[in-house]
Write a protein that binds this ligand. Structure first.
Ligand code: TPP
Length: 951
């Protein structure tokens, strides 16, 4: 295609065009003048003058080209290239072995079952990028925060290569490699490993596990999953785009710890290996600006530009490398292009007319992929023979020589030079755009093929070709048997491998969870004001913010707390914290804030404690994960509290939260302005009716929907102890509301302080004198998800009402209605967590099914079969209270806020969604006595006017 056609079709490819020169002589004079200047005064002076010229031209309105792209060449010239410090030959042999074992893992898994398998082609393209890192750059570290090493985010589909290296290092056994993607311990549905007599393989496996330094699970997970391999993987990256985002906020959090004098982290690097296709994810790009703005020179991205994604080319009609260069450079990153291997250097040296460059610029990625999938002869004919001068330039090369011209990302020398420059660059994060071939070395069967991503099989011939290509010391039978291979421990390769890692501090990836157990305060220490609230009006959000204010003052725990907000601090009444503990900024505060005369002015500080993320929930979660996994990555437990609009949590950033759970994050999420009817005026997109349902799907998330501030205090106290003192890998999701109402004292505080009023203003709980509730019952009930807050005033209850969040208050009011207007006695229960109730009941039911002794679930203990119907309501969809239906023996009615939210007053919305006191009472009456229900409908004017689907 000629350049004009290309320009018309594809304006984004304009970087590849060279315009007509009206006066070549003059052009040459200018260029010679520049050359003379560089020779006489050096490149710095040239840079200065060019900048001045550009500046001047802009003021004269001279149209200027995009300056964010450089030519399609290596950024680091041969002259600037750092010498390669390793033994190239040994490293090549090692990387060939890792390649082979990675391939063997996938092929063997696929042979064992076509359902299994994995990916070969991604690692085949990334192998050298990883290996140079392992041999020269990735520093492992000790257990103390000071001695911890680098943090590496691996491209997920390249996991087989990481396992294959760990195998050579002696950290994983061949048995374990053979259990790649076979993690459950079940063999073809038969008895589990560890139950009954172990098979010989299983015996070997457990022996290997006990000696394995890094991993103790029965199998190897498909992708990096700390949940599945907690001693091995640190960072989950399987969902494309999350790795790069998490890496950026990780690098930032390291700086935060340093600036707050909590840990020395300056020497540590964060490396993120990312696919070029993966860069299309919005999350991949989302953090680029903050990384540059905060000058995160502890961060290195390596984008594996094999030009292909799953279905086909990333940019068939353009250039992903040039596009990414522009994006990263525009965001303020240091960009290193690593495009051509050393074999090209002699060609470049002789290419005085820069025809190679011209040909590169004329080649779109779809063509580069074709060149990758074809042999030297094809490359000669279709690339070098484009111009007679190029044909001449390569005339001395055989077709095989041309075939072996490496792309930059396959040349350890060039890779080393790029990494060397990246780790020394100051003031900016660095991205290395490494050009590679997808399926490198997989021959005609896979290299550069459209379908290579999912290729899991290689026939015998392809395997032999692979062996030959990488000079593997394998006999035909070993190749055909796809045997793993590991040289003897005293071989030069193995000695070299271990020596390199010893020099870099040990092996990685390795995940540690060793950290100090932090004592955490009792609720009485940070929440007395709610335990003895005595009916004072406040919202649970206000109560939380006061608790947080008290917690940050706790001498031991306070500094470890990381409040995180996404531009809603004022909404939640947190502005006071700005002054007290400051907002983190690595620059401090370079301006006098507009509100500096106010008591709680907007204070930014280098040692600020609050992470104010702006309107960026994804970034806030990434910070929350970095803080909540600091116990592992830094050996320094931190306690993040991220408070946000509850609708913009699980719904908006659900996949990040899933990865957070996999990461074993410990921390609190506060879903504020929660509830579909409680956040009254905000309408459809803001009013959350589902987050508790989604939260229930995350196995290590403990979710609560408390109504009363004392319940919140108990949950916070408990969560802190579970996560920081007892070190459980779980996190807490608690919804808090912005509705002010009378907050009763905690029942046990009432018992202690007899002088406190027993009955808070109605509607509210009235734990009566003589009630059987004890402190521990109530506390246990709050944490397990249900306890009684009101006993029927008319003897034995004819109906039992359950309410969660603010809707508990509607249930309490409904009980009053039922008793006063219909003579129906009602007990009322606070349902702080339907999800916890279900989780426990499910676990007990399973235990019973499998023959273990069964105790009754808490829900069944609290609501025994006694003939009284149960009505439950919350500010969430009815599926939430429905979660406990199987364990309620009597008639059960679940009410909820199904449908789209909308704006109105709280009372109107509750009536509309039928979770108000009358709707609850009506449901109860229906269950108790239909005649009473008919009377209620008539007297309250209730009808089925709005069908549920229209809500
Ligand atoms: C969010 C998400 N979407 C889709 C996938 C499925 N997927 C896995 S790898 C892949 C292609 C990856 O291409 P690229 O990032 O270029 O990496 P490569 O394998 O080519 O090195 C896709 C679509 C995923 N893992 N995560």
């Amino acid at each position: 295609m000629n350049l004009d056609d290309l320009a018309k079709l594809n304006p984004s490819a304009a970087w590849r065009l060279s315009e007509d020169d009206g006066d070549p002589l003059e052009t040459r004079e200018w260029l010679e003048a520049l050359d003379a200047l560089i020779a006489a005064e050096g490149p710095e002076r040239a840079t200065f003058l060019l900048k001045q010229l550009l500046q001047h031209a802009r003021t004269r309105r001279v149209p200027l080209p995009q300056v964010l792209n450089t030519p399609y060449l290596n950024t680091i010239s041969l002259a600037e290239q750092a010498p390669f410090p390793g033994n190239l030959e040994l490293e090549q042999r090692l990387s060939a072995l890792v390649r082979w074992n990675a391939l063997a893992m996938v092929v063997r898994a696929n042979q064992a079952s076509a359902e299994l398998g994995g990916h070969i082609a991604s690692y085949a393209s990334a192998a050298d990028l990883f290996e140079v890192g392992f041999n020269h750059f990735f520093r492992a570290g000790g257990e103390t925060p000071e001695s911890r090493g680098d943090l590496v985010y691996f491209q997920p589909h390249s996991a087989p290569g990481v396992y294959a290296r760990a195998f050579l290092e002696g950290r994983l056994s061949a048995e374990q490699l053979d259990h790649y993607r076979r993690e459950t311990g079940f063999r073809n549905g038969a008895a589990r490993v560890g139950e009954g007599t172990p098979t010989p393989n299983e015996k070997d496996q457990s022996a290997a596990e006990s000696t394995s330094r890094a991993h103790s699970g029965p199998g190897l997970s498909s992708y990096p999953h700390p949940w599945l391999m907690p001693n091995f993987w640190q960072f989950p990256t399987g969902s494309m785009g999350l790795g790069p985002l998490f890496a950026i906020y990780q690098a930032r959090f390291l700086r935060y710890l340093e600036h707050r004098s909590l840990a020395k982290t300056y020497a540590r690097k964060v490396w993120a290996f990312v696919g070029d296709g993966e860069m299309d994810e919005p999350e991949s790009l989302a953090g680029l600006s903050i990384a540059a703005r905060e000058g995160l020179d502890n961060l290195v991205f390596v984008v594996n530009c094999n030009l292909q994604r799953l279905d086909g080319p990333v940019r068939g009609n353009g250039s992903i490398i040039q596009e990414l260069e522009g994006l990263f450079a525009g965001a303020g990153w240091n960009v290193i292009k690593l495009l051509w291997g050393s074999d090209w250097d002699p060609l470049f040296a002789r290419d005085t007319h820069m025809l190679l460059l011209r040909a590169f610029h004329e080649t779109v990625d779809g063509e580069f992929q074709m060149l990758s999938a074809t042999d030297g002869r094809f490359n000669r004919e279709h690339f070098f023979n484009k111009y007679p001068e190029l044909a001449q330039l390569t005339a001395h090369l055989s077709d095989d020589d041309i075939d072996r011209l490496r792309r930059g990302g396959h040349d350890p020398v060039k890779i080393h030079a790029a990494y060397h420059a990246a780790v020394r660059h100051r003031g900016q994060p660095t991205v290395i755009l490494a050009k590679t071939k997808k399926g490198y070395g997989m021959g005609t069967a896979g290299q550069g093929r459209m379908t290579t991503h999912q290729q899991k099989k290689l026939d015998a011939e392809a395997l032999r070709d692979f062996r030959d290509r990488f000079a593997l010391p394998l006999a035909d039978a070993q190749v055909e048997g796809v045997e793993f291979h590991k040289p003897a421990e005293d071989s030069p390769e193995m000695k070299y491998l271990h020596a390199r890692r010893a020099k870099l501090g040990g092996y990685l990836p390795t995940r540690s969870s060793a950290c100090e157990a932090l004592p955490t305060p009792a609720a009485e220490a940070f929440a007395r004001f709610v335990l003895e609230a005595e009916g004072k009006e406040m919202s649970t959000t206000m109560a939380f913010v006061r608790m947080l204010g008290a917690l940050v003052k706790d001498a031991a725990l306070g500094p470890r707390i990381v409040p995180i907000i996404a531009d809603e601090a004022r909404t939640f009444g947190m502005a006071d914290l700005f002054r007290h503990i400051g907002i983190y900024s690595p620059l401090g505060q370079l301006y006098e804030p507009e509100d500096s005369a106010q008591i709680s002015y907007y204070r930014e500080a280098k040692n600020g404690q609050i992470l104010e993320e702006g309107i960026n929930e994804a970034g806030a979660i990434a910070s929350w994960v970095a803080a909540g996994t600091s116990y592992s990555t830094n050996g320094l437990p931190m306690l993040p509290f991220y408070i946000f609009y509850s609708m913009f949590g699980f719904q908006r950033v659900g996949d990040l939260l899933w990865a957070a759970a996999d990461s074993r994050t410990r921390g609190f999420l506060l879903g504020a302005t929660a509830g579909r009817t409680t956040l009254s005026g905000e309408g459809l997109q803001h009013e959350d009716g589902t987050s508790h349902l989604i939260a229930s799907t995350v196995p290590n998330c403990r979710a609560y929907d408390p109504c009363f501030a004392y319940e919140l205090a108990v949950i916070v106290e408990h969560g802190m102890r579970r996560m920081l003192t007892e070190q459980n890998d779980e996190f807490y999701y608690v919804t808090v509301m912005n509705e002010n109402y009378a907050q009763p004292s905690a029942p046990w505080a009432l018992k202690v302080a007899r002088s406190a009023p027993l009955a808070p203003p109605s509607p509210g709980p009235s734990p009566r004198e003589g009630s059987e509730d004890t402190t521990s019952d109530v506390r246990a009930g709050i944490l397990r998800g249900l306890y009684r807050v009101r006993a029927s005033g008319l003897g034995a209850a004819r109906v039992r009402l359950l309410g969660a969040g603010t809707i508990l208050r509607e249930a309490l009011a409904a009980a009053e209605l039922l008793e006063s207007e219909f003579g129906v006695g009602a007990d009322v229960y606070s349902a702080t967590s339907f999800t916890e109730l279900r989780r426990e009941a499910m676990a007990l039911e399973r235990a019973a099914r499998l023959g273990e002794s069964r105790t009754a679930a808490w829900i069944a203990q609290q609501l025994p079969a006694n003939g009284a119907p149960v009505v439950a309501a919350s500010d969430y969809v009815s599926s939430v209270p429905d979660l406990i239906r199987p364990w309620i023996a009597d008639r059960y009615v679940a009410l909820g806020t199904d449908g789209f939210g909308r704006s109105d007053t709280r009372a109107a919305l509750r009536a509309f969604f039928e979770v108000d006191r009358r709707s609850i009472a009506l449901a109860a009456l229906n269950a108790v006595d239909p005649a009473l229900a008919a009377r209620a409908r008539a007297s309250w004017g209730l009808s089925a006017e709005v069908p549920p689907w229209a809500r």
